[in-house]
Design a binder for this molecule. Structure first.
Ligand code: GTP
Length: 206
């Protein structure tokens, strides 16, 4: 039987073109790295299964295209997502300075309080333009965790993508549980209405 859609969590990877989004996913899923990664067109996703609180959770990691001409597709996909990874390149400060704008896009296109991490990729590069403390500071402002990764060496890639699944699951669970309790309380009130109607109809207090 197909996996219940109720246990599906969607995570989106966002950031400027060329920051290494595809390479991060390639490292995470295949443990491989290519210098000749092609620019993503539209979107692409990969799936991993986790077990949280004894529940099997299917997590879709969606790779988006950072090129401006494909931005509308990424923004559209944001609407149904549960978590996001904001990626910049530590050797390119322009990709860091646009993180605020990606963050605003998340807030405007997704009504929920979604899971979020900030990733500074290409940490293997010697000619840095963004320091670790600048990354930490921005993450503090966005109220999320910060990871420095290298898809090239593999540094921190697994830790970052496992963590966003966990953070997103915890937020998703709170939303799911509150939806469940709303369903239960509305069922209760229907029950009460039925009882009071019965009383007035029959003129009995039993
Ligand atoms: P779009 O699909 O255009 O949005 O780009 P992207 O963010 O998916 O970038 P992609 O993964 O295609 O990587 C772009 C380039 O950066 C490639 O040439 C990669 O080899 C290189 N690159 C990716 N990650 C790293 C890294 O950790 N270190 C170094 N040194 N280079 C990297």
């Amino acid at each position: 039987m197909a996996q219940s859609q109720e246990n599906l969590i969607k995570i989106i990877i966002l950031g400027s073109s060329n920051v290494g989004k595809t390479c991060i996913l390639h490292r995470y899923f295949e443990n491989e790295y290519s210098e000749n990664s092609l620019s993503t067109i539209g979107i692409d996703f990969k799936t991993k299964y986790f077990k949280f609180d004894d529940t099997k959770i299917k997590v879709n990691y969606t790779d988006t295209a950072g090129q401006e001409k494909f931005k509308a597709i990424a923004l559209n996909y944001l609407k149904g997502t549960d978590g996001a990874v904001l990626v910049f390149d530590v050797s390119n400060k322009e990709t860091f300075s646009v993180i605020d704008s990606w963050y605003e896009d998340i807030k405007q296109n997704n009504k929920m309080d979604i899971g979020l991490i900030l990733v500074g990729n290409k940490a293997d590069m010697e000619d840095r333009e963004v320091s670790e403390s600048q990354g930490e500071e921005l993450a503090k402002k966005l109220e999320c965790k910060y990871f420095e990764t290298s898809a090239k060496t593999g540094q921190n890639v697994q830790a970052a993508l496992d963590e966003i699944a966990k953070i997103t699951y915890l937020k998703w669970k709170v939303t799911k549980d509150s939806r469940h309790s709303i369903r239960i309380s509305s069922a209760d009130s229907v029950g009460k209405v039925t009882i009071s109607e019965k009383k007035s109809c029959c003129g009995s207090s039993s």
